[in-house]
Design a protein around this ligand. Structure first.
Ligand code: SDX
Length: 393
């Protein structure tokens, strides 16, 4: 019994770790960050408030919120030498490949905050990562587009500054649309943390060896890239484009049910949620708001996604296996409407999840009982045997 939550004591023997950051009830479709429902945070807070909640355990007051926003604003630029890393990549490099490399390379620039036993050092590297990830993601986009990097602007808030670095060009004044930047801010909140998912577990395992935070976050980015995890939003949009029309939905539902077909309905199903992923509902609402703001009421992919969700949720296979839309089902459509190129979707997921990864990494490092991670195995290989001379093999 911890707080108001109860669980079978035997659970701890199988749990990877104890954490007080995020709670998911997969059967109820409930998601809490430090006890606050995701629905309330998405409505009443912005991403940096949620970042402080995840990092420190409490929502900031007005003064704390402003102070943190100023700290982040003062670290959004990257070292000028780091910009040269981009020149080493092909222009058509996937942004996640660039991010794995560039974020890991931050370890080579910040020797002044690498003592992970010192909470102040951990705070400094955390603030740098939160501040610089948007700059690094936007630079990956600009490099691929063959456009000049846009420096951050301190007069803009976190989401608006990212949109500026992505879409502004030197010869024009870029004016962010507040409805669109608020939508992006909410997308970041929805992706900020999610308990012990694959990439968070990767960050914790890397961090348990004492590796520096930049290297650990780079490992998390690499894991998130997979299409079964953070890459699903990009894969889901490609799937919707391939289906193309409602008349073909049945064919793909049939394929998803066919055990001999490796095809899975992207954006559907979840390791934990056996009910609606609360983030999917909020993402669908955000999608609606953005499309309305842009006058795209009849966006064909959004209409196709709505129909696909309806048909799948009426199908026995999906009902029996408790497969519902997850966070990735609508996030690709709304990011596409925001003008974000498909290959950047997972980069934005990584930008948001960096806050969760750092919070979880901090919690692990601060745990006095923490030891290096060493997952056990069930050995099913050959019994002990002796080597034969090569002539007898
Ligand atoms: C994220 O862990 C997290 O929290 C992750 C995440 C986060 O915020 O960090 O929430 C982000 O990764 C969301 C998931 C994004 N991935 C996708 O949308 C890819 C499509 N989904 C599937 O690959 C799948 O649902 C997984 C990988 C997400 C979960 O796979 P599991 O653990 O096998 O799911 P399950 O045990 O509930 O599956 C039950 C059955 C299985 O068939 P049987 O073995 O019972 O015959 O349903 C099948 C699965 O094969 N199934 C699907 C399916 N998802 C599961 N069949 C068709 N289409 C699907 N999408």
């Amino acid at each position: 019994q911890t707080g108001s939550f109860t669980f079978d004591p035997g659970f701890l023997s199988t749990a990877a770790c104890k954490s007080s950051i995020t709670y998911i009830d997969g059967d109820k479709g409930e998601l809490l960050y430090r006890g606050y429902p995701i629905e309330q945070l998405a409505e009443h807070c912005d991403f940096l408030e949620v970042a402080q909640l995840l990092l420190k355990g409490e929502l900031p007051n007005a003064a704390e919120k402003e102070n943190f926003a100023n700290i982040i604003k003062n670290h959004t630029m990257v070292h000028e030498q780091l910009t040269r890393f981009y020149q080493g990549f092909r222009r058509d490099a996937h942004p996640m490949a660039v991010m794995v490399g560039v974020v890991g390379a931050l370890s080579a620039f910040y020797h002044d905050a690498m003592d992970i036993s010192d909470q102040e050092h951990r705070d400094i590297s955390a603030n740098r990562l939160i501040a610089k990830l948007p700059t690094i993601v936007a630079m990956a986009y600009k490099y691929g587009a063959g456009q000049p990097f846009m420096y951050p602007r301190n007069d803009l808030d976190y989401a608006a500054n990212f949109m500026h670095m992505m879409f502004a060009v030197p010869c024009e004044t870029y004016k962010p649309n507040p409805v669109l930047t608020r939508a992006l801010d909410r997308i970041l909140i929805l992706h900020a943390d999610h308990e012990q998912n694959a990439s968070t577990s990767t960050v914790r395992l890397a961090g348990s060896s004492g590796a520096n935070p930049f290297a650990c976050i780079s490992a998390g980015i690499a894991c998130l890239w997979g299409p079964a995890h953070g890459g699903a939003n990009e894969a889901c949009l490609q799937m919707l484009e391939e289906i193309g029309d409602v008349s073909r939905v049945g064919e793909y539902i049939k394929r998803a049910k066919d055990k001999n077909d490796s095809f899975k309905l992207m954006g559907f199903g979840h390791r934990v949620y056996k009910n609606f992923d609360p983030r999917a509902k909020l993402m669908r609402e955000t999608c609606h708001e953005v499309l309305n703001e842009l006058g795209l009421h009849d966006d064909r992919l959004f209409k196709l996604a709505i129909e696909l969700e309806k048909i799948a949720l009426e199908d026995d296979y999906f009902v029996e296996k408790k497969l519902y839309p997850n966070v990735d089902f609508y996030s690709g459509i709304v990011q596409r409407a925001l003008g974000i190129p498909t290959p950047l979707f997972t980069g934005i997921f990584a930008m948001a999840r960096t806050v969760g990864w750092i919070s979880q990494w901090n919690e692990m490092i601060a745990d006095p009982e923490q030891k290096i991670g060493r997952p056990r195995q069930l050995y099913v290989g050959a019994a002990r045997r002796d080597v034969k001379p090569i002539g007898q093999r």
